[in-house]
Design a protein around this ligand. Sequence first.
Ligand code: ADP
Length: 220
Amino acid sequence: MDVNKKREVIKHCARLEDVFTWKKYASEKKLPPKIDMLPANKIDNSKNANLAEKISIFCGDITTLEVDAIVNAANSSLLGGGGVDGAIHRAAGPYLKEECKTLGGCPTGEAKITGGYKLPAKYVIHTVGPKGEKPVDLKSCYLNCLKIMLDKNLRSIAFPCIATGIYGYPNENAAHIAAYLVRKHLEAHADNVDRIIFCLFLDVDIKIYEGLLQSYFPLN
Ligand code: ADP
């Protein structure tokens, strides 16, 4: 469907240009105290100026975002579930499930792409987070989603807080993984990316990401 036609049909839709970059967001909002990076995580500070404009915090419903791809924290059946998965399937309409049925499920840590159907996003990248705190699997979710983004030439993507809901991954530990892997991806591929959005639904995550991004995406 033509993008303008889609916009008429979808009433609540946040366009990429309306989502503040981290640079603007951080300059206009009173932020909570900074949370330090994990000591093992190393960033290339020479790239800071550019990268703060490549990421965003968006507080709200991921199904409203008009980006190239939104990430679904799915279960291994890929046939829908609760939380963000349920919200994405409801907003995308029944053809999303029909396409998901053809994919044969998805193992933990891997990712598969489908169309976005009635969503404002063009694509959905479904990934299956670990049940409980399994960092190798959670890292693999982020890396596989970012790899699909790169391989398919998608320039904007929004991540929910994968595995931190029903699957019970501790929020702050999960956020370190998300922020660090996104940072390293952008250090290597900034020219291929317009924006990577951390889509936050809970106040607890907003506070964590506002604290953490000050370390992973410093502004000065
Ligand atoms: P998981 O099973 O991977 O833990 P959940 O859907 O239970 O997935 O939770 C993942 C995160 O998604 C949680 O932070 C939850 O609050 C959030 N979430 C739930 N609904 C939405 C939504 N519509 N948009 C964005 N995030 C959402």
